[in-house]
Design a protein around this ligand. Structure first.
Ligand code: AQP
Length: 344
């Protein structure tokens, strides 16, 4: 088995309303992993157009997400921040993977079923093939680790299946071209911590999501302090006081969600949060959570607004990041073409 150097890749769609779920499920981990790994963080604009986008809004969202990465603590000098459409290898490798993946694999993807809904016939082919593009994003850089929220687990498993099938289908050519016995690594999802699936503040059975029509369902990273505190105060709860043990959160999705958010924002486990708040009424807990959320998130909003006021700087970050990403991507694509038998 080949040994691949550890490398981190992940992405977020520039589809506006970046929220606490994106932050705790993904971006917080992006920041942590910088200390131990080489990281590439992508603004996945090719994924965004799998559903209709208004061009001017898409452009603003690409810049806003880039500003958010930096405001949250991703360092664009030490690591790579770029937008997907500037590196053509993503689309090229996605096509190759469309020919490696099986229709049956894609038919099992729950996100497509949720996003296409009842009107499947009218969904774009891109939305259906989305997981092949995501596999290409990761494997173009031979990334070994992918920090994501719980909802992306199935897509990472598909990326592993694609990598494994490519390695097997082309094993002779991979060896003949001097790439050993494994061309692509099998990427590992990094899904850890108390907030891998942050739920809507209005409905504990629904994922916090950018597309929820209610702004009160989510805390946006761009929210002002008053809005953050108000959304926490108005969050749905149940009438019981908080339990003292984690087991007591079973069957109480809204309480579980708020305790998970508190734990993630304060860098503690849910059990530790309940040691402090077990027996407390929600009013007291929500006051503490609102203070904590404002403390952690409001400075990010301020920094996002400061950075967004300088689009030339943001665009420069993306151009520089894309040039660095392209160096790795071009090497991979040359090798993929050799393995496939293309003349170049
Ligand atoms: N609620 C969540 N809890 C934890 N992690 C989450 N992520 C998304 N929602 C939550 C993680 O954020 C990263 C980027 O997500 P994305 O931009 O690819 O978009 P998404 O999953 O489509 O985000 P939304 O909010 O759910 O958008 P819509 O409303 O369009 O469906 C990923 O790592 C994801 O796991």
């Amino acid at each position: 088995m080949a040994n691949f150097p550890e490398r981190v890749f992940s992405g977020v769609q520039p589809t506006g309303n970046l929220h606490l779920g994106n932050y705790l499920g993904a971006i917080v981990k992006f920041v942590e992993l910088q200390r131990s790994h080489e990281c590439l963080y992508c603004v996945v604009d090719l994924h965004a157009i799998t559903v209709p986008q208004k061009p001017a809004e898409l452009k603003a969202s690409i810049r806003e997400l880039t500003a958010a990465y930096i405001a949250c603590g991703v360092d664009p000098a030490a690591h790579v921040i770029f937008n997907q459409s500037q590196v053509s290898g993503h689309a090229e490798l996605a096509w190759v993977f469309n020919c490696v993946a099986r229709i049956g694999w894609l038919n099992r993807m729950t996100q497509f079923k949720e996003k296409a809904g009842k009107d499947r016939e009218n969904a774009s082919v891109g939305l259906y093939a989305y997981p092949c593009l995501m596999a290409a994003d990761i494997l173009l850089y031979k990334a070994t680790h992918v920090p994501v929220g719980e909802d992306q687990k199935q897509h990472i498993e598909l990326a592993r299946d694609v990598a494994q099938k490519f390695n097997l289908d082309f094993s002779e050519s991979i060896a003949a071209n001097g790439f050993g016995d494994q061309f692509f690594p099998l990427p590992e999802p990094l899904i850890q911590g108390p907030a891998t699936r942050v739920m809507s503040l209005r409905d504990g059975s629904k994922k916090m999501s950018k597309s929820d029509p209610s702004d009160y369902s989510r805390i946006n990273l761009s929210d002002e302090p008053d809005a953050i505190a108000q959304k926490v105060r108005k969050a749905k709860t149940d009438p019981e006081p908080l339990p003292s043990e984690v087991e007591g959160l079973a069957g109480r999705p809204e309480a579980d969600n708020l305790v998970g958010i508190f734990a993630a924002l304060s860098g503690r486990a849910k059990a530790q949060v309940l040691q402090e708040f077990g027996g407390a009424q929600f009013s007291a807990f929500k006051t503490a959570l609102a203070d904590l959320a404002v403390d952690r998130l409001a400075p990010i909003g301020v920094e996002m607004r400061r950075l967004s006021a300088d689009p030339a700087y943001i665009d420069g970050v993306l151009v520089d990041g894309a040039a660095r990403a392209r160096k790795i991507a071009d090497e991979t694509m040359k090798a993929v073409k050799d393995v496939l038998g293309f003349v170049r």
